[in-house]
Ligand binder design. Structure first.
Ligand code: GTP
Length: 311
């Protein structure tokens, strides 16, 4: 059946949620594609970090980043959780990522029940991620369990869809399903603008990701990254730009500083190399990266520090 709005342009916001390692980032990157371009314009329609924009002839889907939801033990934890709930209430559709190679557990149920309690609930799509890792019978079992969450938690899935971001299975289907949940409306961002996260914030996030690689369990939320200075070096020819980035990684304790720096500075070197590569790839400019590690005791509990770090 063809409704009156069939064929109309749709636009809106989506975010992916799920336990750590559920495949959210990989999925986002796969949907947005590799052509990330950074524009420094501030988002007009949302205060939240835009992770990427999917532009299609029939729709514009804006993917929003949210930190994970955690049991709050500090002021930072509480603020992050509030931010997450706020973001959830403002998007049109939430993709709940439930990796097919893992049993649905209490963490997943907690997350979904938190969404169920939102006063304004967006549409929900259950995404059985990493479909390439499992056989059809395991996937069938997984999908049945996902379906059962509806009655268990009092929610309703608009769709349930298996996807593999790595194997490029059903990505188009997922994009279509997400777009179907958006209201009709005009483009929210100009064409060609893939991500409009302010550059400094993006660079800080890339450094933080590099720093957490391999030590996520030891330092989950104890690292913040502050950009001390970031600008194009003055005396360079126009066709050979160099971006100078001075950044501090902020930890809470001396022992954490040791972890970040590593044996004879080996980890710090790796972090720098990884982050520099990522920044260069995304900004398209060669980068000189100078990284420092600072201890700011209990920064997560201190409102002044939190404000300064942008939380
Ligand atoms: N085989 C397979 N692996 C995947 C797929 N998607 C993600 N992965 C892998 O799963 C791991 C976690 O993926 P991420 O995208 O970082 O997961 P995330 O949910 O963003 O993780 P957090 O940032 O910790 O919350 C990575 O090693 C990915 O390569 C997939 O479709 N198939």
């Amino acid at each position: 059946m063809t409704g009156p709005e069939e064929g109309a342009f749709r636009s809106g916001f989506a975010c992916f949620v799920g336990r750590p390692n559920a495949g959210k980032s990989t999925l986002t990157n796969a949907l947005v594609g590799t052509k990330i371009a950074i524009a420094s314009s501030k988002p007009q329609t949302t205060r939240h970090a835009v992770r990427g924009i999917v532009n299609r002839p029939d729709a514009q889907l804006v993917l929003i980043d949210t930190p994970g939801l955690h049991k709050p033990r500090t002021l930072l934890g509480e603020r992050l959780n509030d931010l997450v709930r706020e973001t959830w209430s403002e998007v049109d559709v939430i993709g709940v990522c439930l990796p097919a190679d893992q049993k649905i557990g209490p963490g997943d149920s907690y997350l979904v029940s938190e969404i169920a309690e939102l006063p304004q609930r967006p549409k929900l799509i259950a995404i059985a991620t990493k479909s390439d890792l499992v056989k059809p019978d395991r996937m069938a079992e997984h999908l049945v369990r996902i379906h059962a969450l509806e009655t268990e938690l009092g929610i309703e899935w608009a769709e349930i869809v298996p996807v593999s971001a790595v194997g490029d299975q059903q990505l188009d289907v997922l994009a279509d399903l997400l777009v179907q949940q958006l209201p009709t409306g005009p483009q929210l961002y100009p064409d060609g603008e893939i991500s409009d996260e302010p550059e400094e914030q993006l660079v800080a996030e890339l450094i933080r990701e590099a720093a957490l690689e391999g030590v996520r369990d030891e330092l989950p939320h104890s690292i913040a990254v502050e950009i001390d200075e970031m600008r194009l070096r003055a005396d360079r020819p126009a066709d050979k730009p160099l971006l100078d980035v001075y950044a501090s990684m902020i930890v809470e304790r001396e022992s954490q500083k040791g972890i970040v720096i590593g044996h004879r500075g080996s980890r710090l070197k790796d972090i720098g190399a990884t982050a520099r590569q990522q920044i260069q790839a995304i900004l398209g400019t060669p980068v000189y990266l100078n990284l420092k590690v600072k201890v700011l005791k209990e920064w997560q509990r201190d409102a002044k520090h939190l404000n300064r770090l942008g939380f």
